[in-house]
Write a protein that binds this ligand. Structure first.
Ligand SMILES: [Zn+2]
Length: 130
């Protein structure tokens, strides 16, 4: 007879699922965030615990659609051409890496940017007229 060495199987953690960051909210498509009811910290993505205080008192929120470009670069990728990406500081202090669209306004750190959505693709672009 073989001794049993079974241990309880851990429950899946929602943080590790590959859900899209894009969600549908009453105000329209927005990046999904999580707000901590304990310390007030806002984080990007769906979380089951707060990254700051480890509280489980968290709720799903829509992140702001506007922010400021912190830094950027242009990736030169084979046949796809140039792909600009950058860090965006959203208006609630959440920083995220995002695809960028270049328009008439040259990309530079500190310019205001706004979320754009095409199908299930999302990106940030300079605010028109700024
Ligand atoms: Zn917290």
């Amino acid at each position: 007879m073989t001794p049993s060495t079974e241990v309880p199987v851990s429950a899946p953690i929602a943080d590790l699922e590959t859900d899209s960051l894009l969600g549908t909210f009453p105000e329209g498509p927005r990046l999904v965030g999580t707000e901590c009811g304990q310390c007030g910290r806002t984080m990007i993505g769906t979380r089951v615990v707060c990254s700051s205080c480890v509280s489980r008192e968290v709720s799903r929120v829509a992140l702001p659609s506007t922010g400021v470009l912190y830094s950027f670069t242009r990736l030169h990728v084979g046949v796809e051409g140039v792909r600009p990406i950058g860090y965006i500081d959203l208006d609630d202090d959440v920083r995220t890496l995002a695809d960028l669209r270049e328009g008439d306004t040259p990309l530079q750190p500190g310019i205001p940017v706004v979320l754009g959505v095409e199908g299930d693709q999302w990106f940030f672009a300079p605010v028109a007229g700024e």
